[in-house]
Design a protein around this ligand. Structure first.
Ligand SMILES: Nc1ncnc2c1ncn2[C@@H]1O[C@H](COP(=O)(O)OP(=O)(O)OP(=O)(O)O)[C@@H](O)[C@H]1O
Ligand SMILES: [Mg+2]
Length: 299
């Protein structure tokens, strides 16, 4: 079986000609099933970042080594919600000024974060060298059990390049018709490109269980009917003032409001996700890198 190093070397030499890449060999680690979970949405502002961070904290409480990576190249704000001021972010990695391992920040909440390159919207326009350097750096994420990737809204190539190689894509929507339509839009975009990432749905800001179920059913049925795509219902999160209050306090709600309905809901979802076996279908770390490269190659 081809190991990750061989895989990466092959991919690297394919895109750079036949020049050997000794530095890539150095960072290669034994294959390990790091689980990549991308959080995405069609419409903006539906609660992705808050969900991603709080989910990560709950995973960490279960003993998982978690990295939350802010892949929103437009309005990066994972660090803002955590009240952390990063010195360096993904921009410095892309520009080759830092390695990913040097910019990973430990937080008091038990997760580690990678701050986003705010205002750097042209990830797809990286030079070949920058792109390979970035992918090479991503090998360092293999230290984590779970990497949660918080993406920007919409179906841009930037977003898809993080969603498509992941093991799971959690699509967040709210009950608003516009959010539902846009959730369908991103599911369509994902399904048009790959049949491999498992698509899951979270309905955020619901006012009742009935509403949450209805919205989920609608999205799942439409995706099944028109796209022939299976979307798994992960659950719902209630509309809860504790969320906006926690954003104001820059303290994640699972910590600031442990007894809130929002915390209870995300806890339920975290447990459901952890209860899930990582089947051989999970492509793990090497798979993520390989697919990350192939997504770019399609540009
Ligand atoms: N369950 C909830 N209950 C109440 N308010 C919520 C809930 N979830 C999110 N919000 C509100 O929505 C705002 C936006 O949330 P968040 O930043 O997580 O969304 P996003 O999808 O990451 O946005 P963007 O698309 O801009 O990245 C929060 O600041 C909060 O006020
Ligand atoms: Mg966000």
């Amino acid at each position: 079986m081809m190991d990750q190093a061989a895989n990466l070397r092959k991919l690297a030499s394919r895109s750079r000609g036949t020049r050997p890449q000794p530095e890539l060999v150095e960072v290669a680690k034994p294959a390990k099933a790091t689980r990549f979970i991308a959080v995405a949405s069609g419409k903006g502002g539906v609660g992705k970042t808050n969900f991603a961070i709080n989910l990560g904290i709950l995973f960490a409480r279960e003993g998982k080594r978690v990295i939350v990576m802010d892949a929103d190249m437009g309005l990066a704000n994972v660090n803002v919600i955590l009240g952390v001021i990063p010195k360096f972010n993904l921009y410095h990695v892309i520009k080759g000024q830092k390695r990913l391992s040097e910019i990973i920040i430990d937080t008091p909440q038990g997760i580690r974060i990678i701050a986003g390159a705010s205002g750097f919207s042209k990830l797809a326009n990286l030079t070949e060298e920058e792109r390979l350097r970035f992918v090479d750096s991503m090998m360092e994420l293999g230290e984590a059990d779970i990497v949660i990737i918080d993406t920007g809204a919409g179906v841009s190539r930037n977003v898809l390049s993080f969603v498509l190689p992941a093991d799971e894509a959690i699509i967040v929507t709210t009950p608003e018709p516009t959010a539902i339509t846009d959730a369908y839009g991103i599911i369509k975009a994902i399904s048009a490109e790959t049949g491999q990432v498992t698509i899951k749905l979270v309905v955020n800001r619901v006012s009742s269980i009935h509403e949450g179920k209805q919205v989920a059913e609608r999205v799942i049925n439409i995706a099944g009917q028109f796209l022939n795509v299976r979307v798994e219902n992960l659950g719902m999160v209630f509309q809860d003032e504790a969320v906006s209050e926690s954003v104001m306090k820059q303290r994640p709600f699972v910590i600031a409001a442990p007894k809130s309905r929002a915390t209870e809901c995300v806890d339920h979802i975290a447990k459901r996700l952890l209860g899930m076996q990582i089947t051989p279908k999970s492509r793990g770390f090497g798979g993520f890198i390989k697919n990350f490269l192939s997504v770019y190659k399609e540009d």
